[in-house]
Each structure stands twice: as structure tokens, then as C-alpha cells.
Design a protein around this ligand. Structure first.
Ligand SMILES: *Cc1c(COP(=O)(O)O)cnc(C)c1O
Length: 378
């Protein structure tokens, strides 16, 4: 950094900042790849910390980005019209209820900015997806986090009670990041029945494509519910576009979509992302084949974990969340030295849990072997 620090007496000491934002916990995005390489001495690392797609993305995405449709010199369509129309046709909803975002995380921010006011109440779960807490806090809301059960599942009775108290917004991911299980039809029905008219029920389905066929489709269930709702989905996981940043919100009505749209930045989804997501959506076969491979690998890793006595939560996702029986940061450091990056959980009460993404078969083998060595050594 160059030395632009002003002399002490010239600092604008009277500057006030937004106290809600200045007090925010930092989002735990993990270590940079360069730093992980330097610390571990491994050039080739198994990157199992961020639930990315080990298969990359559809070749149709690269073809679309190589076409004349990709013009970096022009502003992209701020309404994401082509992508939203393709999504609307696929999902059987009107384009007017869909808002596209710079990742679904931007939609979490836009919902918080558009719907929450200081002092509003938000309900989510713990262990939590960081942004379901951070974005409401940034808006000055207070966040109640309902803990998972002893069996690493949703505590339905506690969630029902918290939702029935009438918070402004409920943020739930199902399948649940970081834990892994999904709400079944009965559980979703119970929670929806507890929602009051003044509450917006946000169901974050970032891992929807990985879930068993018998599990409910949130859009299908919620569209007949009569409550205020938003379902979030993303191209970052099953479609393998994490680096391009595209996600979207499907809203119960156009008025909620209008408020979320007003809270986003105007040119939020860049032209590469719009073209890529539209191409990825059209190549459903690639996504399904990739997801099938990941699900098969998940079963294999689950079996290996069970065999070595590691307690993992049930998973409907592309990751496993497990109790490693010691401090998760220490375990993550040991795994890093073995060439594997995972995500140690740091929320109080869950600091012995780790989340590991299902990677390529060879990466999963490396994870299993390293855990076996570290668990036996303990
Ligand atoms: C990965 C993830 C997202 C973020 O997705 P982006 O579209 O990449 O912003 C949102 N919610 C949950 C629960 C996730 O795990």
C-alpha cells in the first residue's frame, strides 16, 4: 500500500458511518488460493470449501461467450429480459415475478434492503448461511437463529413458533447450507401454515438441483400457499457458473418483485453472465449429468465417512457437514497441509463441524485418505 495516510490532525474524526454496517461480522469467504498454496506447499489443491462444481460448466457457455452476442463495450440489459423469459418458460411463472441478481447473494441483499427497516425481526437457522444474517443486520434488523436438532435436522417445532411470532422476513435454505438436509413436503407445509400475513417467507434453494426427486419444489408448493414468498435459485452450484455471478428471485407477486428490483443496482448482471446463464439453462442435459455424478460421489464419500466413524449430517446437496470431534480450524489446517481446502465452521456451538464440498473422484479420495489418517492419529 502506498503511503496516503494523512497526518493525524487532518483526519476527519467527525465522520459518522452507518453503525449497522460498521458493526457487521465479516463474511467468511475462506483463504485465497495463493495463500493456501504458499502455506501448504501444494500447487495442486483440492478446492472443497465453496460448493463449486468440479465439472466446470456446460461447453455451451464457452461457445456463447465466444459468439458475437458477447459485447463487453455495451451495457447489458438491466432487466435481464432474455434470461428472465427463459426462466419464466422453464418454471411456468410470469417473467414479471422474476428478478435476476449478481448471484443470489445480491437478491438476499436486495430483499433485506427492500423489505427490512431498522428494528425489524428476521428468523433464520444456525448453523447459518452467513448472508442470511449479515444482510438483515446491515439493514438494522435483529436476527433470531433457530438451532438445528441433535440429529442435525430442522427443528420444526422451534421454527414454527419463531415464524408464528410474525417476523418481517424468514430466511431458510432448503436444502440447508451448511448442514445438508431438505424440508420435505410435510415440513414445508407446516412452516408455511405458521407464516402470518406480515411476513415474507424466503426459501433459498441454491442446492435445489441436487435434492432427491421426491422432495418438494418450493415454487410449486408456495405458488398456492397464499402467503408472501420468494424462492431464490442460482447458477453458481449445479450449473457451474460461480465466477460469473447469476442468481434469481422468484416472487409471489409482481409488487414484491418490484420492490426487490428497486433495491438492486441497475446494471447488476453483467453481459457475460446474462449470456452464459441463458446458454447454461438451455443445456439442461449437461447440468443433470453433472448433478448425477456429484450425487453418486456423495454417496461414496458418505459411506467412507460412516465407515471411519465420522458423524455427517444427512445431505441433499453437493457437500457434507460433519463433526470432526476437535476444533474445526485445527482440522482444516491439517487438511490444508494434505492439499485439501475445506470450510471450518466458526459459529458458537458448532466449532467442531466442517463442511466439505463433493469434488472430483480423485479429490474425494484425497479427502477420505487424509481424514482417515488424521482421525486414526487422534
Ligand atoms: C452458494 C449459496 C448462495 C449464493 O449463491 P450465488 O448465486 O453465488 O450468490 C445463496 N444461498 C445459499 C444457501 C448458498 O449456499
Amino acid at each position: 500500500m502506498t503511503n496516503h495516510t494523512p497526518p493525524r490532525d487532518l483526519r476527519p474524526a467527525a465522520l459518522q458511518v452507518n453503525p449497522h454496517v460498521s458493526a457487521l461480522p465479516t463474511y467468511n469467504a475462506g483463504m485465497s488460493l495463493d495463500k493456501a498454496r504458499a502455506i501448504s506447499g501444494h500447487e495442486e489443491l483440492a478446492r472443497l470449501a465453496s460448493n463449486e462444481n468440479p465439472d466446470g460448466c456446460s461447453p455451451a457457455v464457452r461457445a456463447a461467450l465466444a459468439s458475437a452476442a458477447f459485447d463487453p463495450s455495451r451495457y447489458a440489459d438491466p432487466a435481464c429480459t432474455a434470461l428472465r423469459e427463459a426462466l419464466a418458460a422453464r418454471l411456468g411463472v410470469e417473467p414479471g415475478v422474476i428478478v435476476a441478481g449478481n448471484g443470489s447473494e445480491e437478491m438476499i441483499a436486495a430483499i433485506s434492503r427492500g423489505v427490512l427497516t431498522p428494528e425489524a425481526q428476521v428468523v433464520t437457522v444456525v448453523p447459518s448461511f452467513g448472508l442470511h444474517e449479515i444482510e438483515p443486520l446491515a439493514a438494522g434488523a435483529s436476527v433470531l437463529k433457530v438451532p438445528m436438532t441433535g440429529e442435525a435436522g430442522f427443528d420444526l417445532a422451534a421454527l414454527e413458533a419463531a415464524i408464528a411470532a410474525g417476523p418481517r422476513v424468514v430466511f431458510l435454505s432448503s436444502p440447508w447450507n451448511p448442514v445438508g438436509p431438505a424440508l420435505d413436503q410435510n415440513a414445508l407445509d407446516r412452516l408455511i401454515a405458521a407464516v402470518r400475513p406480515g411476513t415474507l417467507f424466503v426459501l433459498d434453494e441454491a442446492y435445489f438441483e441436487f435434492a432427491d426427486a421426491g422432495l418438494p419444489d418450493g415454487i410449486e408448493v408456495l405458488r398456492n400457499s397464499g402467503i408472501n414468498w420468494i424462492v431464490l435459485r442460482t447458477f453458481s452450484k449445479a450449473y457451474g457458473l460461480a465466477g460469473l455471478r447469476v442468481g434469481y428471485a422468484v416472487c409471489s407477486d409482481t409488487e414484491i418483485a418490484r420492490v426487490v428490483g428497486a433495491a438492486k443496482t441497475p446494471f447488476n448482471v453483467n453481459c457475460a453472465a446474462q449470456i452464459a446463464a441463458t446458454a447454461a439453462l438451455a443445456d439442461e442435459a449437461w447440468m443433470k449429468a453433472s448433478v448425477a455424478g456429484t450425487r453418486a460421489e456423495r454417496l461414496r464419500v458418505e459411506a467412507a465417512f460412516a465407515e471411519m466413524g465420522l458423524r455427517a449430517a444427512s445431505s441433499q446437496t453437493n457437500f457434507l457437514f460433519f463433526d470432526c470431534g476437535r476444533d474445526s480450524s485445527e482440522m482444516a489446517t491439517s487438511l490444508l497441509m494434505a492439499g485439501i481446502i475445506v470450510k471450518p465452521w466458526r459459529e458458537p456451538g458448532y466449532t467442531s463441524w466442517l463442511r466439505a464440498t463433493i469434488g472430483k473422484p480423485a479429490e474425494n479420495d484425497r479427502l477420505i485418505a487424509a481424514l482417515r489418517a488424521l482421525t486414526v492419529a487422534a
